[in-house]
Design a binder for this molecule. Sequence first.
Ligand SMILES: [Zn+2]
Length: 375
Amino acid sequence: MNQSRRSFLRSSATAGAWAGLFSGFGSAARAADPDPKSPQPEPQAGSSHKWGMGVDPGQNLPPEATNGPWRNLKAVKEKKVFDIHCHCFETPTQGHNYKEEGHMHEVDQWKDYTADLIAAMDRHGIAQAALSPAFVTYETVVEKSFKAYPDRFIRATGLPTESTKARSSGVLTQPGAEADISPTEMAAIFKKQLTQDGCKMIGEISGDAILRMLIPKYGIKALKPVVDVALEYNVPVQIHTGWTATGTAIGVGQGYTTAWRWAEAMGELMANYPDMKVRLGHTGGRLAAVDGWEAVRLLFSFDNAYCDTAKSTPEIVSEVVRGIGAERVLFGSDWNRPEMKTYGPYHMRNVYQHWYNLNTIAQADLTEVLTNPST
Ligand SMILES: [Zn+2]
């Protein structure tokens, strides 16, 4: 059976083991912006004519933002896209290099971009998005985002919470900054969020805390209380993978790491807990070689490996769908602010935008893929 891009964008999110995530998809899709308008470009705060792709700070929209192949995707036109990877709190302004941006994050002031995210979803035909709390506390995102748009967001667990923030240090999404939380306490936090708030997945930052804080400190076997909660609620664990175009490579431990380190850590996790669904956020990210192919290697090695396409490339998306079927490959964007980034490699500052990630799907070779006959 052929796998069209349209059905990839739609059905990969609804099929198989993921069905529990997307109950209510249809009603929310209908509740979404009813009237298709022609896509508008993302608002580019502070953009000026002298800024362009390849020119610092690189904010002018490239042609593919407004006229890219994403506009022709049927799922976009029908407003039925599901985005499994979003965030909505970021710095009020951006720096123009890593040092400046690092300072912006250290200031620890965060702007709520929830309404901007909804507007970007509407412009790009996205019915619902899974939202992972980041930078601010989990409770803040519940109040400002989840409750504000109950039909548009699938809730994900998050850290820190109000009760753990005081024990965190530094920038909350940087390695080593997570609060010192025992596996038992973390399991209790997740259980509460899954029960009380209806979360449908262990979200990226809390998944990262498992990999970056719990395992190095307590060892892989000590994870069992956390894994038991994931299994009890049958929810996947989303963990960031790969190199990020807007900072040093985030892996395991402090500072710069090469691809094999995060890949081995993910492999160890999936090998030790084969019943827990693990989602490789970004499928290794924007650099196909080496990180993207390390993700492919993992996805082809473990039955419990899933991935999302946020910031990935057409080459990698084509390969993983070809190898494991669309059921385990989910569309994502990693959207976190309206503008493109103003730091990192010039030609990669667009990777968090919806149009970039939809163009990746439009450019992927998904027409000759055999899908699992049971779906
Ligand atoms: Zn993310």
